[in-house]
Structure formats: C-alpha cells, structure tokens
Design a protein. Structure first.
Length: 156
C-alpha cells in the first residue's frame, strides 16, 4: 500500500514531476527558442495528461476551494511556475532576474495562463481531439500576445 506524507501530496501527486519537466524545458532550450516557445512546448506535452485527469482535476479544484491548506499549496505551486518563467524571461531579455521588465512579463504570462485555465475547463466536456485543438488555439493566441510583448521589449 502506498503512503503519502500529506493531503497535499495526495491531491498534487504529480506536481514535482510536472514542475521538473517545465524547469527542464526552460533550462534546455534550443538556440533561439524563447521562454514562451519552451512553455508552449511543455504545455503541449502535458495537455493530454491534463485532459485525461478530467474528474480528478475538477475534484482538485473543488478541494482547493474548500481547504485553505490545499489552496495555499496550489498558490505556492503557481509561484514556483512564475519563478521558473521569470528566470527564463530575464535570460531572454538579458536582464537580472529582479529587474522590473522580466517581472512584469512573467506576471503577464501567469495572468494569461490563469485566464486560459477557464478556456481549458470549458473545452474539457468536448471530445478530446476537439477540446485539445480548440484549447491549444486559444493558447497560441495568448502566446502570440506574450511573444509580441517580449519582442517589443527586446527591440528597445
């Protein structure tokens, strides 16, 4: 029988693996690949797994709404994602990680990802190929917006 050290470890059982995959995607970028290209590649790789979670993901969201400890853990997870993105964005901009511009771009990226979660949830009830295609099309729009912002900052 398996043992989980905490309720957070049960509810977010794959968080360490998923965050390591994101860290790897951002760290091991190909020459010329931006942080947003790597983020998009990571999301694409994870998407089928997230869709397959379906009911588990809905239950996790409900539990986070009802349990302060789980909500705090989820917030910490979001902060870890933002920190990973911040580092990669700062590298793209060739600026220190504590500079204002990388922090603003990382915050905008997290706002976009949070907004996209609603779109992904709305697509979850559709057949998997339709849901994936439509959700990824929305994601591509957000990535285009974010890339445009970072391109403008790099041109300065």
């Amino acid at each position: 029988m398996g043992y989980f050290p905490s309720k957070e470890a049960v509810v977010f059982h794959s968080v360490d693996r998923n965050l390591e995959a994101l860290a790897s995607a951002l760290r091991d970028r190909l020459p010329g690949e931006t942080a947003f290209d790597a983020l998009r590649r990571w999301i694409d790789a994870m998407f089928d797994e997230w869709i397959a979670e379906g009911d588990e993901a809905l239950l996790r969201k409900r539990l986070c709404r009802e349990d302060e400890g789980l909500a705090n853990f989820e917030g910490g997870m979001t902060a870890r994602i933002q920190e990973l993105l911040l580092g990669a964005i700062a590298d793209d901009l060739d600026e220190p990680h504590d500079a204002l511009r990388p922090r603003l771009v990382a915050a905008a990226a997290m706002a976009a990802l949070t907004s996209l979660e609603v779109s992904f949830d709305a697509k979850a009830g559709q057949s998997p190929p339709v849901a994936k295609a439509q959700a990824l099309a929305v994601l591509d729009d957000a990535m285009l917006f974010l890339r445009g912002g970072i391109d403008a900052l790099q041109d300065e």
